[in-house]
Structure formats: C-alpha cells, structure tokens
Design a protein around this ligand. Structure first.
Ligand code: GDP
Ligand code: MG
Length: 325
C-alpha cells in the first residue's frame, strides 16, 4: 500500500507543481543486486541519467561496487551497482561475488533484479535469491527487460515470484528503454532511513574520474573481444594529466592507460593486426571519455602481460582489485 502522503506528493507532481517535501527527509544506500547480465548496470545508469557503470552483453562486466547518487528535494538515494551473483571458485570471480554480498550487507534496501521471461526459476537464480533473502533487508523485486516479452507474460511471472518472498514491491520495467522506470525510486524512498543527505547535492558518484576512464577502456575490451580474453584483462590509468584541462574545445586531458593481460597470446589479440584492434578500442573509449570529462582527451594505451594476475593476491592488487579497494 502507498501511504497517503506519498499519494499526495505524486498528485502534486502530476499537477505540475514541484513535489513538496512531505514528511521527513530520507537518505540511504540501495543495493542493485542479481545474477550476471540481468541489467543491473544499465538500470543504475538509467536512474542516474548519466553513464557511470559500463555495460556489455557479456556476463561479469562489473567487477566492483559502483556508487551513483540521486538527490531529490526530500530524499537521497545512494545506489550501489554490484557484480553479478554467480558460482565462483576462487580468484577474481570469488572476489567479485564477495564484493556484491558485502555491498548488500551495507545497504538499507535492495533491488533484486531478474529478467522477464519464463516463470521457471533456475537453480542459480534460486541460489542468488537465497543469498539476498538471508540479508533480511527490505527487498524490491525488479523485473527488467519487459521490452523483450509480451504484456500477458508478465502476470504469471509476477505471480510466480510473489510466492518466493514477501517483496516490499514488485516492479516490472525496462532499463534499456526507460519504460516504467520513473516511479521506481518513489517505491524505494519509503524504505530509506530518516536523516539528512549523505553526500552534497552536486555529488553523483564517489568513483574518481581516472577510474571511470579505466572502466571505459575495459568496456570496449568487453564489447570488442570475444570469449575469455576480456575476463583476463584489467585496465589501470598510469597517468592522468589535467594541466591543460578546461571545459570545452580547447581543454585537454592526457591519459596514459595500461591494459593488463595474462598471456602473450592475449596481448596479440588485444593489439590486433598492425595494432588495429587496440586503435579501435582506444578511439571508442576516448570518445566516451570526452563526453564524461567535457573536454578533449589524448589517450595512450599500452598492453602489458602479468601472468595469472586473476589468480594471485599480488596480481589482483597490481591490476587495481586489491582487497580493500
Ligand atoms: P549486468 O551484468 O546485470 O550489470 O547487466 P548489464 O547492465 O551489463 O546488461 C547486460 C545486457 O543486457 C546488455 O547487453 C544490456 O544492453 C542488456 N539490457 C539491460 N537492460 C535491458 C532491458 O531492459 N532490455 C533489453 N532488451 N536489454 C537490456
Ligand atoms: Mg554490471
């Protein structure tokens, strides 16, 4: 049920009046959690209205927690994107799953994302659901990708999932098209603790620009290379020179990034014939960086082999995935 004051403030918005701050101010952390590839990062970007989390058709694109802050007059949502919950045996994958579960534990509310489709629940999804339920947080079920199914398929799906848990709400939407995304945060707001904002009004993330730029290179690697190579890649920004930075056409940021791979054979794949692949990765990543930073970017990429870095603590640290990062 929607409390009456919520209904009133929605009414105000519809009537074209600015939403008044009904009731106490609320602020808190909202974890976006679910199986790989269900669209968690796409949803974060959509809710934020800005690209912060990289997206690719491959599972396990997101490697750590990413914060995106949405500030409204009467509430602040600190949204946390997480790596997908999957069965992982050691190394980087296990680290990713642990990071998702840690984030869930720190959150006030969680959005459990699934994809629209068959109402049958596979064992992996069931396992992920059990992990999320164990957190004992208020849980909203978000059924994403409704653009891929017929409307009449949704009802049986919602019915099936409503039997799994007393969800605080079930919310079908499409993160890709934006369909039905608008009211989602209103449904979340009432579960946030009362209190002042946790971040300043102008803050939209705590991820440093140089780390976002490294991610934009990794996004192109995820998208442009097939099979296992992307999973062996990490990107580290070695140099981020802002001495000529100013907004607009004349401003320039010089970025030197290293692509770390595990084997020589992967290095040649990333570089490609006569350097063509690396050039394409660099060109597309640079365009995204220019959009992010609001000025020109000069991007230099180098590929370095760090044998078995996804398997060793030292390797992961050198690739930017230290235990406490
Ligand atoms: P994550 O692994 O859960 O973070 O998933 P991503 O956000 O990286 O998305 C995985 C894939 O699903 C990408 O190819 C997205 O474009 C796609 N995707 C995400 N949301 C939607 C949606 O609402 N509809 C459709 N058709 N595709 C989506
Ligand atoms: Mg993701």
């Amino acid at each position: 049920m929607i409390p009456s004051d919520e209904t009133q403030s929605e009414h105000d918005e519809r009537a074209g009046r600015p939403a008044r701050a009904a009731g106490p101010h609320r602020a808190g952390f909202v974890a976006i959690i679910g199986r790989p590839n269900v669209g968690k990062s796409t949803l974060l970007n959509r809710l934020l209205g800005q690209k912060i989390a990289i997206v690719s058709p491959k599972p396990q694109t997101t490697r750590g927690r990413i914060l995106g802050v949405v500030t409204r007059p009467d509430s602040q949502f600190c949204l946390l994107d997480t790596p997908g919950l999957h069965e992982a045996k050691g190394g980087l994958n296990a680290r990713m799953v642990q990071s998702a579960l840690d984030t869930l534990n720190d959150a006030d509310v969680a959005l459990f994302l699934i994809e629209a489709g068959s109402p049958a629940i596979d064992t992996q999804t069931k396992k992920a659901l059990d992990q999320v339920k164990a957190s004992r947080k208020p849980l909203l079920l978000v059924i994403n990708k409704i653009d891929t199914v017929q409307k009449q398929e949704l009802l049986p799906l919602m019915h099936r999932w409503s039997q799994e848990h007393p969800w605080t709400a079930i919310y079908p939407l499409s993160a890709l098209t934006g369909d039905n995304v608008d009211g989602l945060l209103d449904a979340v707001a009432q579960h946030l603790p009362e209190g002042p904002s946790l971040f300043g009004d102008e803050v939209w993330t705590d991820v440093p620009e140089r780390a976002l730029c490294a991610e934009l290179v990794r996004e192109q690697i995820m998208r442009q290379l097939s099979q296992e190579v992307p999973y062996s890649c990490a990107v580290v920004v070695e140099d981020f020179d802002e001495s000529e930075r100013e907004t607009g056409r004349r401003g320039l940021v010089r970025i030197h990034a290293q692509v770390i791979v595990e084997r020589d054979s992967q290095k040649s794949i990333v570089i490609g014939k006569a350097g063509a692949r690396l050039k394409e990765i660099g060109t597309l990543a640079r365009r995204e960086m220019e959009r992010l930073l609001g000025c020109k970017v000069f991007l230099q990429l180098h590929v370095r082999v760090e044998p078995e870095w996804t398997r060793s603590e030292k390797g992961m640290r050198r690739a930017g995935y230290g235990e406490h990062e």
